[in-house]
Design a protein around this ligand. Structure first.
Ligand SMILES: [Zn+2]
Length: 424
């Protein structure tokens, strides 16, 4: 729990204002120097209560609520507003302003709760900055200095491990467990730099939950099959990794971390990456394509049901088999581009996309062909690559990933546990 609070002791200034030579009522700015009263005029003492903030705090009740509190005293406080911003990568900074409902008075104690069940949630570790403006009936007003809190999942006691811009937070398992995940993360970054030239520009945080169930508890609207999520605008990954399932965890971590790096390399206000490129980079950087994906690809080749590159530029189908094939093809497209044209061309492509280029023109500029041209060349490649090996009849239960966008605008990478529903 992190609680940012400002405690200021009560200071009540009683200014005795003598005769007509006095400060305007309700604006006690600077020291008032009482002038000697004229013996011929009546003396009217006026008590002015200075507007003052006594306490300001914010406390998360993760994952759904963030509770703000303010205590203030003044000369009939009439207006209290809370202002807050969320630390996220955005091209336009959004400040929210909340008019707090309360009964005016000389001493006020107000609460306001940000209910994320209505607005969409924040990932654990997201930073929130907030401040208050308070006015009283005399016209005096105070604005508090901005305070920052981390919206942490404080239901667990997190340990942390940091290396080269990557911090892993975990609460279950030994130090060696986190160490293994860290070395997997570092290898992911090295591999990605070698194949694409992409690198981490700003620090990222990875929250490792003990299992899928705990991870679901961190979500406001949990999905049965969520295994890991990359919150790209926050530089945060949340993932459920059982200590007995470390190999799965390393692959999933490599996948999500690649999404964060690629986002940092290409984020622009105009256009997202084509889905096949974003997912293909993440899949390719995990390592060799899994057997179930290879089977899917071979079956689609055999019955001529490959999806076009142009279709794969859009979000993938929610249909499980179509999603499996989409990820498999994305991997294969990346393999084709990287092994045929090399690292420098891929880096050039990411750079062109970071400038907000449209899909066809970016490909044309870097490779000399558009999405249809890529489709033709890639089909020739994939036929040679897989057809000779024959086809596989049945699909084993497999991990699959479905990318989707939620209303809150987070780009989610949702990892289906398995086709058999075994929960990983
Ligand atoms: Zn993905």
């Amino acid at each position: 729990m992190k609680k940012a609070g400002i405690f200021i002791s009560i200071v009540l200034l009683f200014l005795t204002l003598l005769s007509s030579a006095c400060l305007p009522s309700g604006t006690p700015k600077g020291p008032a120097v009482p002038e000697p009263a004229s013996p011929s005029e009546p003396v009217t003492p006026v008590a002015v209560r200075q507007l003052i903030i006594l306490e300001s705090s914010a406390e998360p009740a993760f994952p759904a609520l963030l509770n703000f509190k303010l205590r203030a005293a003044g000369d009939n406080i009439t207006d209290i507003r809370l202002h807050y911003t969320v630390d996220r990568e955005a091209f336009a900074r959004v400040t929210s302003e909340v008019y707090v409902d309360f009964t005016p008075g000389t001493s006020v104690d107000v609460k306001w709760t940000w209910d994320m069940r209505r607005t969409g949630g924040l990932p654990t570790g997201a930073g929130v900055k907030y401040w208050w403006t308070v006015k009283d009936s005399s016209g005096a007003n105070v604005e508090t200095a901005p305070a920052s809190i981390s919206f942490d999942d404080n239901r667990y006691v997190w340990q942390s491990l940091t290396e080269n811009k990557v911090t892993i937070y975990w609460y279950s398992g030994e130090q060696s467990f986190a160490g293994e995940l860290m070395s997997a993360a570092q290898q992911t970054l090295v591999r990605l730099a070698q194949t694409t030239g992409a690198y981490l520009k700003t620090p990222v945080k990875i929250y490792v939950y003990a299992n899928t169930q705990d991870l679901r508890g961190a979500m406001i609207f949990p999905q049965e099959w969520t295994g890991g999520t990359a919150f790209t605008e926050f530089g945060i990954i949340t993932i459920g990794i059982d200590t007995n399932n470390l190999n799965w965890g390393k692959g999933a971590l490599a996948h999500e971390l690649t999404h964060l790096v690629v986002h940092q390399m290409t984020h622009n206000p105009y256009i997202d990456l084509p889905t096949w490129l974003d997912e293909g980079l993440a899949m390719y950087n995990e390592g060799a394509l899994g057997a179930s994906f290879v089977s899917t690809l071979k079956m689609a080749l055999a019955d001529n049901s490959l999806i076009s590159v142009r279709s794969l530029a859009s979000p993938f189908s929610a249909n499980t088999n179509q999603a499996l094939l989409s990820y498999a093809q994305s991997y294969s497209l990346l393999e084709f581009l990287v092994t045929t044209y090399g690292q420098s061309k891929m880096l050039e492509l990411l750079t062109v996309f970071s400038q907000g280029s449209a899909y066809d023109s970016a490909l044309e500029k870097v490779y000399g062909f558009d999405m249809d041209g890529l489709n033709t060349l890639w089909r020739e490649y994939v036929v040679k690559r897989y057809r000779a090996a024959g086809t596989t009849a049945a699909l084993p239960p497999a991990f699959i990933r479905v990318a989707s966008e939620m209303a809150a605008g987070f780009v989610l990478d949702l990892r289906l546990a398995s086709l058999s529903g075994s929960g990983r």
